[in-house]
Design a protein around this ligand. Structure first.
Ligand SMILES: [Zn+2]
Length: 331
């Protein structure tokens, strides 16, 4: 459906209507990636450059201070967690097209072979030889890549509710059941960057921001721990890279994953902005410490990306949910 919407002109029409409704202010979107392959990211950047200017995050912070919109449609590229693909797949594309990006590092994992717990779950699901998994009363089929990805997403959402110690034990048990080692050769793409890679990318113009040390949901840990997580990730990057760190991304980043107390800590540590994963586009009057983003997954195609960024996809979903489009037109 996205390819049809994008290629038939519906997309262009929708954007021009949006622009008029938006007092003519060009749209500004902050994209939120985690892991992505080089070929897919190359396709994304090529289609983005047809419709948007890609600028560094610090330009948005400067415009925010002046309450000034961007003069043309603008996109900002951000990556959370600092997986190794940022170096192997993303950096070559950034260099090829001379586009800026920000990467938010979970600094306790940088330069270590350890996997973030949710990456360990996905790694296990994608590389197991088992074809079904029974977990918390649900049986997940694991025959196709899609089924494996869906199972991983649902189990990650389930495990987010658990206490950290319980969660880590359950992840270990899960990997043991799946017969997948977090140290094996297939774990490579799920690992994080090394500090050497971070320094090389910083020298190439990539901005680095804090994303805590161990990736806790900050409203679910004692405030003292949240304070250390926010401050120490900033200090680690400054020490290893040697440049000031001004931007922060909340782990998980949804409504309820940060609050006024957490925002206060982020400000106290000298960050100039903080990014959520609450969906939406940027407006000059937005709170710089609750910036909204559009999440882009590794299986988002180039047409789907453009339709998603324009807001057209959300409109379609709204229409579908309200029954204004018939079932047969959904695919
Ligand atoms: Zn994250």
């Amino acid at each position: 459906m996205c390819t049809v919407l994008y290629s038939t002109g519906v997309y262009r029409l929708y954007r021009s209507v949006q622009s008029r409704q938006n007092r003519g202010e060009p749209e500004t979107v902050i994209l939120n990636y985690h892991r992505i392959g080089g070929r897919q990211f190359d396709a994304h950047v090529r289609v983005l450059l047809r419709h948007y200017r890609i600028v560094p995050l610090h330009e948005l912070v400067e415009r925010s201070a002046r309450r000034e919109p961007f003069p043309v449609p603008t996109a900002i590229l951000t990556f959370d967690d600092g997986n190794r693909c940022c170096y192997t797949d993303v950096l070559p594309v950034l260099t090829r097209y001379h586009v800026p990006a920000s990467i938010f590092l979970t600094t306790g994992y940088v330069g270590t072979p350890r996997l973030l717990w949710f990456d360990a779950v996905e790694h296990g699901m994608m590389h197991t030889t088992r074809v079904t998994l029974s977990c918390a009363g649900t049986v997940y089929p694991l025959r196709t890549v899609g089924e494996r990805r869906r199972a991983a997403q649902m189990i990650v959402e389930h495990l987010k509710q658990a206490e950290e110690a319980v969660r880590l034990r359950e992840v270990d048990d899960l990997l043991a059941f799946l017969g997948v080692s977090p140290d094996g050769p297939t774990a490579g793409p799920y690992r994080c960057l090394s500090w050497e890679q971070v320094r090389e990318m910083a020298a190439a113009g990539v901005e680095f921001g804090g994303h805590t040390v161990t990736h806790p949901i900050l409203t679910r840990v004692p405030v003292g721990q949240a304070d250390r997580e926010i401050g120490e990730s900033k200090a680690a990057i400054q020490t290893h890279v040697g440049t000031p760190v001004r931007h922060f991304a909340y782990p998980n980043g949804r409504v309820g994953d940060f609050n006024d107390e957490i925002i206060g800590l982020v400000k106290r540590h000298g960050y100039a902005c903080a990014l959520s994963t609450i969906p939406g586009r940027w407006a000059p009057e937005d709170d710089l410490f609750a910036l909204r983003r559009v999440i882009v997954t590794e299986n988002t195609g180039a047409s789907a990306l453009m339709v998603k960024l324009s807001g057209l996809w959300d409109q379609m979903r709204h229409l579908l949910a309200s029954g204004k489009l018939s079932q047969k037109n959904r695919e």
